[in-house]
Design a protein around this ligand. Sequence first.
Ligand code: FPP
Length: 236
Amino acid sequence: MIIHPTENTPGINKLSHIAFIMDGNGRWATRRGMPREYGHTIGAKVFRRVAEYCFRGGIDIVTVYAFSTENWSRPKREVDAIMNVFGSYLKMGLTDMAKDDICVRFLGEKTPFAPETRELMERLETESLGNRYKLNIAVNYGGRAEIVNAVNRLIASGAREVSEESLSSAIYTAGQPDPDLIVRCGGEVRLSNFLMWQSVYSELYFTDTLWPDLTDNEIDKAVENYYHRKRRFGKV
Ligand code: FPP
């Protein structure tokens, strides 16, 4: 169970936004003698469970890194498999998100997706707008591209210079607080172009656990670790 401290200690931010780098699906499947694509099918199921667990645990915003701008260069068979899993998720999402009070936002340019996928993404965003819990899915996402895109949008709207405030209002997560905690599965210790603008003050938690193996218990551990670090900072 996710436990938030009850005392109001200066220096402790309530964990309201958690982000995940869902790494390790391919290795998880290979270790079981299965094709990498199978790992993504299971990864998508875990994604749903993790998001629901976080929302039930009082976290308002969950962001996941599902597909980077670089992932398009994987073998076509794997890209197609991820797109299929993503497509089924979108169809399911259209019925489930309203029921679960979840507002979905896609972080990334939609142009490279197939027209029917784009339409589903747009419908899901529009139909879930205003729901209580915020679920950001980074697809075709790159942190640097997001910043460049935001600057270009500001220039196109007539700006001659940008500020931290104007840039924050032009990125994909506009209007939302930055992630308090970023959890990366799969053993790599880097951010891989994820939330470059938003992550400057985020606490980072790295685990060797492969994404499909991520348990509720390990999420609890990451959250506990987050509050522990903040507590120590408060005392310093
Ligand atoms: C990283 O593991 C995972 C991906 C690049 C794809 C993640 C996609 C999904 C979970 C399914 C679609 C998404 C949603 C939101 C329904 P990896 O393949 O890089 O694993 P490896 O490091 O073991 O090779």
